[in-house]
Design a protein around this ligand. Structure first.
Ligand SMILES: [Zn+2]
Length: 474
């Protein structure tokens, strides 16, 4: 496959020059298996030249490639990418040469095993390589970018001999992996984003009402302790979902949900065949070139979650009846490429009182909104109107013909992970939050931002009288 095909949709954001100069060394993946797996999947899709790791996944030919050996995983996602094993005892020797050959070299160190990560970085102390200190724990995610191993070690050393921190669920792994990969792709490319200064590029804490505010006074140790606090999360296991969209965002929401296991999901998408230029981000479709997306996605999901049940509906969502009925459905995930479908889905989910998670990504960022049955509706949260939606882009039709936009895999990973995580909160009966991701923002802080979650909503008064047949007036 030629470059113009696979990398066409990311060329302005992750140029051929930067891509072929990019190297990732991952340490501590054993203690962050899902994050490690999703990082490699995303990095391979984006065409990172070389990925080396001290964790190689699991064996077993009967397993789906996402759950198997990582050398095979990377070969499946993108044979252009070189994968190699890192020997934890000889990191310095292993990495010196390869780092010297790549201008854009990064170490991703999973902080789930702080002592192990510190031992690894100690070996690399005088190597000229940037470091992403990454943690997806049960209570949230932190990703810190450091100019060199010594800077990262300063933070890790504050954790002392802290014991291993249990890894979070797949959605949080996708957020952490996506935020780390985003730095590798875009870090330092925008004005004011200084790679020589340590920056906490990602912070997402489920125990904070707003999720993303980082108190300046909090130490790294305190933030880690907060994220490591155990949190009972809702599972998608045994639940029934409908998902609209089998594109980039939909691939990653489906992965984050299906990895819970024993999920029932209908995937609704009328988009055309899988094209080469989809493969830089639509990772579950890599074996489906030339076939229609929805059936390929459900086949992969069936193989990934063999105790689950997945079905596809090969059409665009243009009428309520394309999504209804929602009886017995626990949640709807909306990952289409147009606002008309988002509005239509919101109205249907509102009538049926089903939690509704909506996401959208642009070139290097995106946002997510959760509409809960007894809280403000999607229309009031977004102020989106039918007129605006229809002017911007008509529903239906092939997405690639309509939107010639660039899109990188990292923002889809982050937004999908957050969407699934916030949907979990809604299903657990806790308040979900709506968030934004600015993957290419300058400045010095968190790339996650908040958006309105609880505006005035006049439709709430109608909830009590809501029936399956009523129509929403706006
Ligand atoms: Zn409303």
């Amino acid at each position: 496959m030629n470059d113009q095909g696979r990398y066409q949709r990311q060329e302005n954001s992750f140029s051929h020059e930067r891509r072929t100069q990019t190297f990732i060394a991952e340490v501590g993946g054993e203690h962050a298996r899902l994050t490690s797996t999703l990082l490699k999947t995303g990095a391979a899709a984006a065409g990172v030249a070389e990925v080396w790791s001290d964790f190689h996944g699991s064996g077993g030919h009967e397993r789906h490639w996402l759950l198997g050996n990582h050398e095979a995983l990377i070969r499946t996602v993108n044979p252009d990418v070189t994968y190699d094993f890192l020997d934890p005892e000889f990191l310095r020797e292993d990495l010196e040469g390869v780092v010297g050959r790549h201008d854009n070299s990064w170490v991703v160190a999973h902080a789930n095993d702080p002592a192990g990560a510190a031992r690894a970085l100690e070996q690399l102390r005088d190597l000229r390589v940037r470091v992403l200190l990454t943690l997806a724990a049960t209570g949230g995610v932190i990703v810190q970018r450091h100019p060199d191993p010594a800077s990262a070690l300063e933070r890790l050393d504050t954790l002392g001999q802290r014991r291993a921190i249990p890894a979070g669920s797949a959605d949080l792994g996708a957020v952490a992996a996506g935020m780390a990969l985003n730095e590798i792709i875009l870090g330092g490319t925008s004005i004011g984003d200084d790679l020589d200064t340590p920056r906490t590029v990602g912070f997402y804490s489920l125990s904070r009402r707003r999720r993303i505010d980082m108190p300046g006074a909090a130490t790294f140790e305190e933030l880690i302790a907060e994220l490591a606090s155990p949190l009972e999360r809702a599972t998608f296991s045994g639940r029934r979902l409908k998902q609209v969209g089998a594109g980039a965002l939909g691939n990653w929401t489906a992965i984050a949900v299906a990895l819970d296991g024993r999920v029932a999901m209908d995937v609704i998408d009328g988009d055309q065949e899988v094209q080469p230029h989809n493969l830089n981000r639509q990772v579950l479709l890599v074996r489906g070139l030339g076939r229609r997306k929805a059936p390929v996605l459900t086949e992969e999901l069936e193989s990934l979650d063999q105790e689950g049940s997945y079905a596809h509906v090969d059409r665009f969502v243009e009428l309520s009846s394309d999504l209804e009925p929602l009886g017995g459905v626990d949640a709807v995930i909306m990952a289409p490429d147009n606002d008309a479908a988002r509005l239509l889905g919101a109205d249907v989910a509102w009538r049926w009182a089903v939690p509704y998670g909506v996401g959208g990504t642009g070139v290097t960022g995106g946002q997510l909104v959760i509409q809960e049955p007894a809280r403000a509706c999607f229309r009031c949260i977004t102020r989106l109107t039918d007129e605006a939606a229809s002017q911007r882009e008509p529903a239906g039709g092939n997405s690639c013909a309509r939107a010639n936009n660039e899109s990188i895999v990292a923002s889809n990973m982050v937004v999908a992970g957050l969407l699934v995580s916030e949907l979990r909160e809604a299903l657990a009966g806790r308040r979900s939050r709506n968030l934004r991701f600015f993957g290419n923002g300058g400045g010095s802080g968190n790339r996650l931002g908040r958006m309105t979650s609880d505006p005035e909503c006049s439709h709430l008064a109608d909830v009590a009288s809501r029936t399956e047949s009523c129509s929403l007036e706006v």
